[in-house]
Design a protein around this ligand. Structure first.
Ligand SMILES: Nc1ncnc2c1ncn2[C@@H]1O[C@H](COP(=O)(O)OP(=O)(O)OP(=O)(O)O)[C@@H](O)[C@H]1O
Length: 466
């Protein structure tokens, strides 16, 4: 028997669905607001959640991730009264099991509910495979989604295309694809397609025999042969010349290649992973990239978010790279002050994580033997940019009234409680940061919480440092 949670403000819809579900021997409970629904899924082991999009206290779609990540990790079916293809796309991309319109016949609805429950019943309890995410830092929803996509590549040998702006971690993820595959003990070979010298491309990739051309004094094994048994990573695949794309497609299809000057073909059993910051579909439309090659490469697609789309990860990344660089350079251990973190949080990071890593590196060297990093240790250009942005922005949030003020009729208890907790936490953190004199270590000790929890709370409440 499964537990189905219905979150819909229309009591008659809830009633009909509850009856349908009970007729099939399952248990159903319903909530008429998002807050009550969240409380239900966070406290009861739901197998399936039927989630309305438009609820009195918010959009169901916006809470989809939180619901599907709640303790029992239920399947979610999105319901709506209006046809909405964009919402459907969002729901499916964000892990919903299905998307149905409330106007569907009871028969059609039942069929889809039962299908979801059947799938759920057959699922292994430990469904999420344990990924080795070494070196990949971040807890934000966009990064977690990318890690989920990475997990899908583990049991296959098919091509993986990793896209994302410069510095978002494409090579880091490519290495993780390799490390999490059965090929992990063999080589991971990188081909930088943007740096292949025109006249040596074929020799570098496929190798040559002795005497194949002037200067070929010894045989050379190419990168494709080196990747035998392992993974061949084509970095910046969008830069690969069209002529080479054709040759490469042939190698991908047959896993055979011919070293220059050789009469014999050789085999190499490699898995292909490619990355780019270009729009390959657009390049295909313009005739600059082969569609057949793109299909081969993109059996799996991982898209990595820009850092500004996952700001909550900034303090975690900064801390991780601070520790890593400190170990590398030795010297006095350092911590970050609240004003340092505030500047990091205010920047847009066009160069993404690589820019953040370089910034941490330069701040470390600017601080020399000091034990705390302050904003004055950051590059002046970065501080100026953040300052300019803040001047043009409206000032900090106005002082908040208590949720009772002006609120008539009274808000639901759950909403009121959430608001009060938010206000109390904000007040506590502001005082904590003041009393700890800008030292994050002191603040953690005083509050009795971990550093990552503190950063998370500061981010959540947009706390401004003094
Ligand atoms: N999620 C992450 N956690 C920790 N470090 C990260 C993360 N993402 C990227 N980095 C770090 O950022 C730097 C750049 O990463 P990487 O070279 O993988 O990016 P890229 O997308 O391949 O860049 P490019 O497009 O310029 O080749 C590296 O130092 C990497 O370790």
């Amino acid at each position: 028997m499964s537990l189905v949670v219905i979150i819909d403000d229309d009591r008659s819809v809830c009633g009909v669905l509850e009856q349908l579900i009970r007729q099939h021997g399952h248990t159903a409970v319903s909530a008429q607001s998002l807050a009550d629904g969240l409380a239900l899924v966070e406290n009861r082991p739901a197998d399936l959640v039927l989630l309305d999009v438009k609820l009195p206290d918010g959009s169901g779609l916006e809470q989809l991730h939180r619901i599907s990540q709640s303790p029992a990790k239920p399947e979610v079916i999105i319901m709506t009264g209006h046809g909405d293809p964009d919402g459907a796309e969002f729901a499916i991309h964000n892990g919903a099991w299905d998307y149905i319109e409330k106007s569907a016949s009871p028969k059609a609805m039942t069929l889809r509910l039962l299908r979801a429950l059947e799938y759920r019943a057959g699922k292994q309890p430990a469904a999420a495979p344990a990924i080795d995410r070494r070196g990949i830092v971040g807890e934000s929803q966009p990064l977690t989604h990318a890690l989920d996509q990475l997990a899908h590549t583990m049991y296959s040998d098919a091509g993986v295309l990793i896209t994302g702006d410069t510095g978002t971690g494409k090579e880091l993820f490519a290495r993780a694809v390799h490390r999490n595959s059965p090929r992990k003990d063999a080589s991971f070979v990188v081909v930088d397609c943007a740096a292949l010298p025109h006249h040596l491309v074929e020799s570098m990739l496929f190798g040559h025999v002795k005497g194949a051309f002037t200067g070929a004094d010894a045989p050379r094994e190419g990168l494709v042969a080196q990747a035998d048994g392992g993974t061949l990573f084509l970095d910046e695949i969008g830069e690969m010349p069209l002529s080479l794309q054709k040759a490469f497609l042939r190698v991908l299809e047959s896993r055979c290649f011919r070293p220059i000057g050789s009469k014999e073909e050789r085999r190499s059993n490699f898995r292909i992973v490619a990355s780019t910051n270009r729009d390959l579909d657009e390049m295909v439309r313009k005739g600059r990239f082969r569609q057949d090659l793109l299909y081969r490469l993109r059996t799996f697609h991982l898209h990595l978010p820009a850092l500004r789309q996952r700001r909550q990860d900034i303090p975690l990344l900064a801390e991780y790279h601070l520790q890593r660089l400190s170990r590398l350079y030795g010297g006095t251990p350092k911590e970050m002050s609240a004003d340092f973190l505030e500047v990091l949080a205010g920047h847009d990071w066009p160069g993404n994580v690589r820019e953040l890593v370089n910034t941490m590196d330069s701040a470390l060297s600017a601080a020399r033997d000091e034990t705390v990093l302050y904003s004055c240790h950051l590059p002046p250009t970065l501080r100026t940019k953040v300052a300019c942005r803040q001047i043009t922005k409206p000032c900090a949030r106005p002082a908040e009234a208590t949720p009772f003020d002006a609120a008539r009729p009274l808000p639901p208890l759950q909403a009121f409680r959430d608001k009060m907790i938010e206000m109390a936490e904000t007040q506590y953190l502001n005082t904590l940061l003041k009393d700890s004199g800008g030292s994050m270590s002191n603040a953690c000790t005083m509050a009795g919480i971990s550093r990552s929890r503190l950063y998370e709370l500061m981010k959540k409440h947009a706390i401004t440092a003094r």
